[in-house]
Design a protein around this ligand. Sequence first.
Ligand code: M6R
Length: 611
Amino acid sequence: MCGIVGYIGTRDAVEIILSGLHRLEYRGYDSAGIAVVTSNGLDCVKAPGKLSGLEEALRRHPLHANLGIGHTRWATHGAPSETNAHPHLDAPMEIAVVHNGIIENYHELRAQLQADGVEFRSQTDTEVIPHLVRRYYEGNLFAAVRRALSKLEGAYAIGVVCSAEPNLLVAARQGSPLIIGVGQDEMFIASDVPAILKYTRRVAYLENGQVCALHRDGFWVEDIDGVEQRLPIETVDLDETAAEKENFPHFMLKEIYQQPEVIRNTLRGRAREGSHEVRLDDMHLAAGDLLNCSKIVMVSCGTSWHASLAGKYIIESLARVPVEVDLASEFRYRNPILRPDTIVMAVTQSGETADTLEAIRIAKKSGARVVSIVNVVGSSIARESHGVLYTQAGPEIGVASTKAYTSQVTALSLFAIYLANLRETATADTLGGVIEHLRAIPEKLQWCLDHQDTVRKVSGDPRYCHARSFLYLGRSYNLPSALEGALKLKEISYIHAEGYGAGEMKHGPIALVTGAMPVVCIAVRSAVYDKMLSNIQEIRAREGLVLAIATEGDEAIRRYCDDVIYVPECYEPLSPIVVAIPVQLLAYYIAVNRHCDVDQPRNLAKSVTVE
Ligand code: M6R
């Protein structure tokens, strides 16, 4: 949560910082601010709301400098307001700090500083940092930041500038991501790579516990004890337009449309035509670890948790290994039973989700092997796992996860085939068949994108788009689809929605069914199709409004439903990937019809890097 950018060089720092913040706005957008250092000292402009508010404020109060830091906020401590917006300053207003993370011991630090006479302006945890840096400042900002950091507990990525040192930008990281961009006579810091891609492709990933001094012509890194650290500079191969909407009205729609290509990319080089084996060269996990594993425990949050559930069904069915799927936020606070032959698998788009990161740290401490399904290359979870399977979805900017989900389910299917081959739990014919089914998925996704008339029609129908609440029902492989459908709808349209296993309906949720309650029933052809039909009839008998997602050609189902959205025939274990498209489009068009801010829904942020 929160995005930070910093610049030191010869160009207009404000323009560069604003451009970076736009690319980071997905991380938080409740207020924003910039501080710059010029020969006249430190100047700072902040505004509540989205970046447009800051841009407006900058038109009234322009800043010009070659050194500065900027921030876009997702509030944790203190309401979204101009006062609580970053940067935060020390009392004489000479030191400015932007921060992403949470300072867990800020109460004690604040009390100590207040006892010494420091007056606080905001309610944030962050404000203790500039006051601490000031306390230790003796003409050397880098040293003062290092000393201040030694007092902090919690997670942070920070950028610091000081009016007395106009040729220095200091950055540090503990727990929250921070990258350094290396340009010609200019240096950058940012929460992620796309923020600076317009200016440089040469990046270094700051590690936990490192503090960095950036000058126009280079950088210097030490650990918190002052020991010099070497950071390799890598050249990243990311498409700059990946962080642009191109001709789409929203990132979410662009990302929905990218899915056929994304799935091809996830499969590329891994699942060859005519083979029953998959290659997962980048996973770096010994065959022995996989062969001997007694249990897989998946840890994840939100949509990635739904993808994990879909993965559980496929892995258990093909590789016959028991799979537990845990919410990372629960896993970390119970006492999980892990053994050296347990494989813990984090599933995450960002690779930075705080609970998932902590879960794998706990797993590693207990001796388990950790293999992760990650989208963002070089992210914390990717770097801290023993093995990684990248989903190759490209940057996902829309807060509502779409292409990350389908690519995760695809990657988990590849993993299931890999494991089944190793453990010889399915025949070569079966596994070769699954690969063929996987390779056919992109075409099926394209079919769904090309046949979206019903989704659009239904989304504009007041019975659906003005409904107060939705139920999503699915069974077996498509229970995760129901959960994901409900999450998509609630997060971007603000309509309350529940996802349920259809078999559970009679155990409670059926009490909610009335003619005013749309029930989305995922009833594709499958081993549980007849069971789903019975559930649909039970809803109809109570006058529920049934919207079915069914297999193309299934005309019979129309008899029991108010509306039907078709998807192409699909091998059942992989059908969640196909069903995801109408489910995402339904949420998207309903949200658009309700004039909701699809890419930046209220209260949410893309990367949940705080607990
Ligand atoms: O980056 P991660 O996959 O670890 O993120 C997990 C969740 O925060 C994320 O999936 C969230 O639920 C999305 N907003 C769902 O659309």
